[in-house]
Write a protein that binds this ligand. Structure first.
Ligand code: NAD
Length: 483
């Protein structure tokens, strides 16, 4: 096949994301034939780069992936650079001329993907200029990819959305939540709805609770300035965590279409119970901030570069999410995420109830969905210990993908950009999802902002403050995953 015809215009082309993720993803799509020769990329940013220099940067970013220098060179020859200040109207005229020229040169038929890989504070400005200076074509598709963070609360996200909507319709917008591009997150629905064994036990009678853990071992690194204003709740819970909650608990969609999947996800997000947030034991959300590690080798959050030395920003969140439907009211979804935790892992543990018969002293069956760095499933079952008597022991059925398989699987960005080329919005967050998630998270934020005296600390490289354990123990539960 000749692949999809498309002109990409990347705003923020000199940035970290473009270099680390976008160029490699576009290269892989080219290598696999999803993009043919009828594609081109215009990179724009403030810096004054030449086309040659830009093409060298692109070559450098894909150096690990290339078949040959020649193949990489052919790929990079499709890239042009246009230095550009997003506020300057004149630049959009220049950009339009270049876009029209490349459209003709590469026979692209007007298909355009505008990738906004920049601070969201520029999104409104860029989209209105794209419309007013006629960069939007009549003959092809025009799609806009937007990076996170999409606002910092409901009001700011609504403002941002209104600005963008003045120039582009919802069905032209692709809000990236890269978790939705991950193999094992996409696998949640496949697992749930293609195995009757699992489908028939995915209910309140069989499941005791869900546990989502998205932990990082790194600290804030160079992002202290951004992170200190954001915190874990905004950075991780509003988007990735709540998306995973909806995938784990949504009803079966009538069909696997964007519309039906979104409808069922929304039903969950609309049913989230208002969280109870206090400084006492009855709280459903707890926060924490990392302090110096126990061995003294890793510094605390307040000592990080560009972080307020008296910061009350949370680097850890644990919570109990209640979905107020007849199905899930009594089945809590426990979540935790944070930085400088003991280990880097993303996983879901589905904890089943003990057997109804009281014949044996059984432990709960646990299905673990390993998202990263390991990918696969593990199922913890009871079985009889070898020998006399009827004593039980746990056995683990494991379908963990090999490192090689994981290495060879397409990265989230590759799959998501391909979805944009195909016009498939299933793995992108709809505005309604974003809005409802912000409203939920804002309630927690508001309470925390009113607790101005202190924040629970945890030693760096542990699994968070004690409060995170108490949260589950109060319900007679425990975190399954312990690093
Ligand atoms: P970055 O700071 O490395 O790059 C920002 C880019 O914007 C640069 O190319 C810069 O030249 C350009 N720019 C800034 N001001 C400009 C102006 N006035 N006119 C024209 N160009 C201007 O940022 P990044 O890490 O590449 O992130 C880009 C976006 O992606 C952000 O919204 C970020 O939140 C999001 N994001 C990044 C990552 C990541 O891993 N880097 C992950 C998730 C989301």
């Amino acid at each position: 096949s000749q692949g999809t015809k498309a002109l990409f215009i990347i705003f923020g082309a000199t940035g970290d994301l473009a270099h680390r993720k976008l160029y490699p993803a576009i290269y892989k799509l080219y290598k696999k034939g999803f993009l043919g020769e009828s594609f081109a990329v215009i990179g724009t940013a403030r810096r004054e780069w030449s086309d040659d220099y830009y093409q060298d940067v692109v070559m450098d970013s894909i150096s690990d992936l290339t078949e040959s220098q020649e193949h990489a060179g052919t790929f990079a020859s499709h890239f042009r650079y246009q230095s550009h200040n997003v506020n300057d109207t004149e630049h959009y005229h220049t950009l339009k001329d270049l876009a029209d020229k490349l459209d003709e040169e590469y026979d692209i038929d007007g298909n355009r993907i505008f990738y906004l890989s920049m601070s969201p504070s520029f999104f409104g400005t860029i989209t209105s200029h794209l419309r007013e200076q006629n960069l939007v074509t009549e003959n092809g598709f025009n799609r806009v990819i937007i990076e996170k963070p999409f606002g910092s609360d409901f009001n700011s996200s609504k403002e941002l959305n209104d600005e963008i909507n003045a120039s582009f319709d919802e069905d032209q917008l692709y809000r990236i939540d890269h978790y939705l591009g991950k193999e094992m997150v996409q696998n949640i629905l496949a697992l749930r709805f293609s195995n009757s064994l699992i489908e028939n036990s995915w209910n309140k009678d069989s499941i005791s609770n869900f546990q989502i853990t998205l932990s990082e071992d790194l600290g804030v690194e160079e992002r202290g300035e951004y992170y200190d204003k954001s915190g874990a709740l905004r950075d991780m819970v509003q988007n990735h965590v709540l998306q995973m909650v909806s995938l784990l608990t949504m009803n079966s969609p009538k069909a696997f279409t964007t519309e039906e999947v979104r409808k069922e996800k929304m039903a969950i997000l609309n049913a989230l119970k208002d969280p109870v947030v206090t400084q006492d034991e009855d709280t459903e959300f707890v926060r924490g901030q990392y302090d110096t590690s126990i061995d003294g080798e890793t510094k605390g959050y307040r000592d990080e570069d560009k972080v307020d030395p008296e910061s009350l920003t949370e680097t850890f969140v644990a919570g109990k999410i209640i979905i107020e439907t007849d199905e899930w009211r009594d089945t809590p979804v426990y979540i935790r995420t944070g930085k400088r935790l003991a280990e880097k892992t993303s996983r879901v543990d589905v904890v089943f109830k003990p057997s109804q018969t009281a014949l044996f002293d059984d432990k709960p069956t646990v299905l673990s969905i390993l998202v990263s760095p390991n990918e696969g499933f593990e199922l913890l079952l009871n079985n009889k210990k070898i020998g006399p008597g009827m004593e039980l022991e746990s056995v683990r059925l494991s379908a963990v993908r090999s490192e090689e398989t994981v290495e060879e699987s397409p990265e989230a960005y590759e799959k998501l950009i391909l979805d944009v080329l195909n016009g498939d919005e299933t793995h992108f967050a709809h505005w309604q999802e974003v809005a409802t998630s912000w409203k939920y998270v804002d309630q927690i934020r508001e309470k925390w902002d009113s607790f101005t005296d202190s924040i629970p600390f945890y030693p760096a490289l542990t699994m968070g403050p004690d409060e995170a354990d108490t949260l589950l123990q109060n319900d007679g539960n425990n975190w399954i995953y312990k690093a």
